[in-house]
Design a protein. Structure first.
Length: 212
């Protein structure tokens, strides 16, 4: 059980790093779906399985591994863009910064106390790494859709941290977080469609050239 838990946490970090290395929008969305699918099982692995954990598992898989990726793939088809060829920060540089952020996350986590009863020492560094790498994805990509995925990866980092408190967090709060994420992505999708319709692209950097 400990090996499986640690494998999922390490895989979560590696998937986040991989998303920084690819220019393909579809591959980035698939990577997010896989990451969310893996994270959905952590509450049941870290705590005794029960109704609470099962509901989180089903909700996370349904919303974050199926509904949100399906919505994002529809956005990709609508805007007819498959790659981000001009990122704000190059892919090689993004990987280098990402590696430094992961190292920073592990260094910071080594000095922070874990909640009592946490089954894996990798939980906190994996959470912080995922959060930081998601934020890097937001600021390093020019396409609005990739920035949406970055936001979702940041939420996965928050979800991962909340896993350690799953026994104390009310179920309604957790379901509310998932609903907020789904609504936020829906609104972002509308913004993406509007940007593409008005300006024939999703490059948010060009929005800085707009004048009154």
């Amino acid at each position: 059980m400990r090996f499986l838990t640690d494998s999922i946490l390490i895989g979560t970090i590696l998937i986040s790093v991989f998303m920084l290395s690819t220019a393909r929008l579809g591959m980035t969305v698939r990577s997010f779906a896989l990451q969310s699918f893996l994270l959905a099982f952590l509450p049941s692995l870290l705590h005794e399985p029960g109704f609470h954990q099962i509901l989180i598992l089903v909700g996370a898989i349904l919303i974050k591994s199926y509904l949100i990726p399906r919505f994002l793939f529809r956005a990709i088809r609508e805007v007819s863009i498959r790659r981000d060829v001009q990122p704000v920060i190059g892919f090689g540089t993004s990987l280098l910064i990402g590696a430094l952020l992961v190292a920073l996350a592990f260094a910071v986590s080594a000095n922070l106390p874990l909640p009592v009863g946490v089954a894996s020492s990798l939980l906190l560094p994996a959470s912080l790494s995922t959060f930081l790498l998601g934020f890097l994805l937001i600021v390093s990509r020019a396409k609005a859709l990739l920035q949406v995925v970055g936001y979702l990866v940041v939420e996965n980092g928050i979800f991962l941290f909340g896993v350690s408190l799953v026994q104390q967090m009310p179920l309604l709060v957790e379901m509310g977080i998932l609903l907020d994420v789904f609504v936020a992505v829906f609104v972002m999708g509308i913004v993406i469609f509007r940007i593409n319709r008005e300006f024939d692209h999703m490059d948010t950097a060009n929005l800085t050239t707009l004048k009154d």
